[in-house]
Design a protein around this ligand. Structure first.
Ligand SMILES: Cc1cc2nc3c(=O)[nH]c(=O)nc-3n(C[C@H](O)[C@H](O)[C@H](O)COP(=O)(O)O)c2cc1C
Length: 401
């Protein structure tokens, strides 16, 4: 008997009026399935169609770049006026099958832009082992809101159901929030009211371009999990500031891709993570809250939603392991997917393994995928090397810096 009465399977109306059919979201993942020139591939389109048919309410495509200049990886999508809009429209349509909503995450890697395809720039200049970048000028910062808004408008035009502003995990907008990256002394640095300013300016520009009905979400860190980074109190101040805006969904995550640091998906602790933070955030905002990180079992997901701690749960790795998990949870035919265990993985190794599994899902060959970490890392790195050449020859000739 389908379990549609459970809180997890009740629809959710967002402030803009859009309705999510249930409370299960595929959190943004950089799937590295772009074609190396910023456009979707047929494997990527198939992957999002599989997820939609698997029963989720919302899926978010990770790291879609408004320009090719500060990408996180050469497998990222780039949605700008030079993109192949027909392919994006196909992706939007196929990923919206079965009543699922498909959003894009607006990314900008800033200081962590991939050096082989960009000249990284962050809020402040940095030069530490493994991370070196220049500072964005005030003129460059001033152009960002319109650049993000242009991509959001294109997303709406080709049929995506919404956008999410990426302000987590140590990428550009998370760098602005973090005192570790942001040493500015102008109106974008110092107290948290200044560090959040660019996010609010981008949100306003996006809303002005897409109108009142398109959902806009944001992904934030509860904590950077790094000494000197964004802490819980400042993160709560950001939630308070967002409550006064037209944001439709606040996704809470944590962790930072920073040399030597653990990312949210490398975390060794038992999940779900960040539920305590969500409990502190709840009284500060009426906006729907989504929490991502460490959900593995149906019991954990049900408890988070039915205890009203959160409105939506975000799943990344679980949906890579079991793309039809929402249907299985609805029908109560599976409690938890089998998570692989890796002993002493190298930095980035777990992410590489999950990324290669995304490729296998897009090609319908997950049953044959090599399961060991070294093969996944080799395949991941070889593909990035090939795409780096493609990206550089395509974008550096066609797109002005
Ligand atoms: C392969 C992979 C790629 C990811 N890429 C992104 C991304 O592009 N944007 C983002 O916000 N988070 C990204 N994440 C983080 C996830 O959205 C999520 O926050 C994290 O994996 C914890 O959730 P989980 O425990 O359900 O996996 C990625 C995670 C994985 C495993």
């Amino acid at each position: 008997m389908p379990n549609t009465q459970d809180a997890l399977f009740r629809p959710l109306e967002l402030p803009c009026g859009e309705i999510l059919k249930n409370r299960i979201a595929k959190a943004a993942m950089s799937d590295s399935l772009g074609d190396g020139q910023g456009n979707p591939t047929k494997e990527q389109i198939h992957l999002y169609n599989r997820w939609a048919k698997g029963g989720l309410g919302l899926a978010i495509i990770g790291e879609v770049q408004p320009t090719p200049d500060y990408a996180e990886k050469p497998g990222n999508l780039v949605l700008d006026p030079n993109s192949n809009l027909d392919d994006f429209a196909t992706l939007a349509a196929q990923g919206s099958a079965n009543g699922a909503k498909l959003w894009i995450q607006l990314g900008h890697a800033g200081a962590m832009a991939h050096p082989p395809i960009s000249a990284p720039k962050g809020p402040s200049a940095l030069n530490i082992p493994g991370l070196s970048c220049e500072a964005l000028t005030l003129e460059e910062i001033a152009r960002l809101p319109e650049t993000f808004a242009r991509t959001a408008q294109l997303a709406q035009k080709v049929g995506f159901g919404g956008v999410e502003i990426h302000a987590a995990h140590g990428f550009l907008l998370s760098q602005f929030l973090s005192p570790l990256f942001n040493k500015r002394t102008d109106r974008y640095g110092g107290k948290i009211e200044n560090r959040v300013r660019l996010i609010l300016e981008i949100l306003e520009a996006v809303r002005n371009k897409v109108g009142p009905r398109l959902p806009i979400g944001i992904k934030l860190n509860a904590t950077d999990q790094l000494e000197g980074g964004l802490d819980g109190d400042d993160a709560l101040s950001v939630i308070t500031a967002l409550d006064q805006t037209s944001i439709d969904l606040i996704e809470i995550s944590g962790g930072t891709y920073f040399p030597g640091a653990r990312s949210a998906s490398d975390a060794p602790a038992r999940g779900p993570y960040f539920l305590d933070f969500a409990t502190s955030a709840r009284p500060l905002t009426h906006k729907p809250l989504m929490v991502t990180g460490g959900f593995k079992t149906l019991q954990q997901a049900k408890a988070a939603v039915s205890e009203s701690k959160v409105d939506v749960i975000g799943l990344a790795r679980a949906l890579v392991l079991a793309p039809t998990l929402p249907n299985k949870w609805r029908d109560e035919t599976l409690e938890t997917p089998e998570f692989p265990r890796f002993s002493n993985p190298p930095e980035g190794g777990v992410t590489a393994w999950y990324t290669m599994r995304l490729t296998a899902l897009g090609e319908d060959r997950e049953a044959e995928m090599e399961t060991d970490l070294p093969s996944a890392i080799r395949a991941y790195e070889a593909r990035d090397t090939a795409r780096t050449a493609l990206w550089n020859s395509h974008f550096h000739q066609t797109t002005p810096k």
